[in-house]
Design a protein around this ligand. Structure first.
Ligand code: AYL
Length: 538
């Protein structure tokens, strides 16, 4: 059975064995599978491509350059870039020498990126010329990703060290400084707010990435037939990073990369490259359903075999709408967290996806527990509580934040997901609600605590609380309850603009309501559920 008497749920999926050699880095693990002549990545807008041989040579050249300029094991490197065929090259090169990659959303503001830089302390940044101004607050040396020469006009005060094009010319050296890298060493530092508070660095190891690669490869049968994926999701986020920048390389699959998601670009690339797998987030799936008649008359999507949705729930209405309009395409779901290095549960067939509302079965190598948030007791099937996950892909902790780590990971290695779930008689997980503060706008994380802290910096705001409100298109939107200072006539619009000027567009507050006080418990914690009820009852 999948559940033993100790209330631990086990995965029903077939397990790919984890490589036992402790001294192994994720780059070596992926590159040990040879696919030389095949194409690894295609840039959808330019048609430029990298074969597997090109890719591994590029990785070695960049790694050699990094070692030459003094990058060592444990050093953090910032990658601030939209998706590109070179995004994985930089990640793999950095990780191959035991350095740590930290990524960030190019939509983030200078202030937001400044905070991540202050926390993660990178020694070098890779970015595009266009994004250089976003690093204005730091003195980081920069490697430009653009293929043409740096134009002084855009990079005035910044310290440009070199360009990626220069690095790619470097003869790879076998004798380069190569610290021993173990599976337990840190590979990634991705930012997530977890269950509460502001964004924190999620420390991921080589082991967690290798485990995730095994999970992803086990999910899709890529050895049979000829498969092409299209990458519509951002590679700076765990979903895009784990699946597209890493896992699929181990299977020799071709990935067509969109630098940013745009419906027309996506559909024409599916037609042009005969894409078989389309991973996306729920809002894109909703758009595919709503626009189906027009889309099917304009584009040939007959190559599509599967769409993979992840990062937020899908309704029965959307699943059935999709099945009806695209009857030859299998819809698959994935549930996971940055803290679990991606998929912790998934549906792997249409039949499984049609257990409406399910996030699927536990991934191979993953154990689960449903814990009563009040009593801490582990619950049996069909009872709702917080989902805890344990497995090799779980993070090591939050970077430099022992308190947040202790609140999220227990002594036995269980990750408290902050999601309220139950597991049915057949082992399927259902996400019922979110216990944690997190708001999800189109799959992106919006930490309410960060917006509340920002609102409190306004001279006319006495107190504030930010909550999620349901939204047809985005899933959820942030809404603020605000207590103005006496005598203030600050308007809703002024508050929204105040926030919009300082945060990435996906974090903008979409609705404001004034109130006389924010409901809190005795220890001062905001009673968000009360506010959510108030907002949605109107
Ligand atoms: P983060 N259904 C409901 N809620 C979900 C789902 C889902 N399928 N997936 C994620 N969430 C929520 O760190 C949930 O609240 O990673 C979870 O705790 O940005 C939170 O989002 C985590 O947000 C995949 C599929 C990676 C999913 C992912 C994880 C992306 C979200 C690879 O193939």
């Amino acid at each position: 059975g999948f559940c033993k008497s100790n209330s631990i749920f086990y995965s029903k999926r077939k397990l790919c064995p984890h490589p036992p050699n402790h001294s192994l880095d994720v780059t070596t693990f992926i590159s040990s599978r040879a696919h030389h002549g095949k194409i690894a990545f295609i840039d959808a807008s330019t048609g430029r491509h990298l074969t597997f041989s090109d890719l591994w040579r590029a990785v070695d050249s960049v790694a050699t350059c990094l070692a030459d300029i003094g990058v060592r094991k444990g050093h953090v490197i910032l990658l601030l870039s939209p998706n590109s065929i070179y995004f994985p090259v930089v990640c793999l090169a950095v990780m191959s020498i035991g350095a740590v990659i930290t990524t960030t959303n190019p939509l983030n503001t200078t202030r937001e990126i400044g905070k991540q830089v202050a926390d993660s302390k990178p020694i070098l940044a890779f970015t595009t010329r266009q994004l250089v101004p976003k690093l204005a607050e730091s003195t980081l040396p920069i490697v430009l990703l653009d293929e043409d020469e740096p134009s002084q006009q855009y990079v005035k005060s910044a310290k440009i060290l070199t360009t990626l094009s220069e690095m790619l010319k470097k003869q790879p050296s076998e004798r380069r400084v190569r610290d021993r890298v173990n599976q337990d060493d840190t590979a990634t530092l991705l930012y997530s707010s977890g269950t509460t508070g502001a964004s924190k660095g999620v420390v991921g190891s080589h082991k967690s990435l290798i485990a995730m690669i095994q999970i992803v490869l086990g999910r899709f049968n890529l050895t049979e037939g000829d498969h092409r994926f299209i990458c519509t999701v951002p590679m700076f986020h765990i979903y895009g990073l784990a699946v597209f920048a890493l896992a699929l390389l181990a299977s020799g699959t071709t990935v067509v990369i969109l630098s940013k998601y745009e419906m027309h670009d996506m559909l024409s690339a599916i037609e042009k490259y005969r894409i078989t797998y389309l991973p996306l987030v729920p809002p894109i799936l909703v758009a595919l359903v709503n626009g189906a008649d027009q889309i099917r008359s304009k584009y040939d999507l007959s190559s599509l075999q599967s769409v993979l949705s992840g990062g937020a729930p899908l309704s029965k209405e959307v699943i059935e709408g999709f099945v009806e309009r695209y009857p030859t395409v299998t819809i698959l779901q994935g549930y996971g967290l940055t803290e679990s290095t991606g998929v912790g549960a998934s549906t792997d067939s249409l039949e499984e996806s049609r257990r409406y509302g399910t996030a699927g079965l536990l991934s191979p190598d993953m154990e689960g527990k449903i814990v009563d948030p009040e009593s801490g007791e582990a619950l049996p099937v069909n009872r709702t509580g917080e989902l805890w996950l344990r497995g090799r892909s779980i993070m090591k902790g939050y970077f430099g934040n022992a308190e947040a780590t202790a609140n999220t990971l227990d002594a036995e290695g269980w990750l408290k997901t902050g999601d309220l779930c139950y597991i049915d008689d057949d082992g399927f997980i259902f996400v019922v609600d979110r216990l944690k503060e997190l708001i999800k706008y189109k799959g992106y994380q919006v930490p309410p605590a960060e917006l509340e802290a920002l609102l409190l910096t306004h001279p006319e705001i006495l107190d504030a609380a930010v909550i999620p409100i349901p939204d047809k298109e985005a899933g959820q939107c942030p809404m603020a309850y605000v207590v103005r200072k006496a005598g203030s006539s600050l308007s809703e619009i002024a508050i929204m603009e105040f926030v919009a000027g300082q945060v990435a567009p996906y974090k903008r507050i979409r609705r404001v309501a004034f109130t006389t006080s924010i409901p809190k418990n005795q220890s001062g914690k905001i009673l968000r559920k009360d506010l959510i009820q108030l907002a949605t009852s109107k």
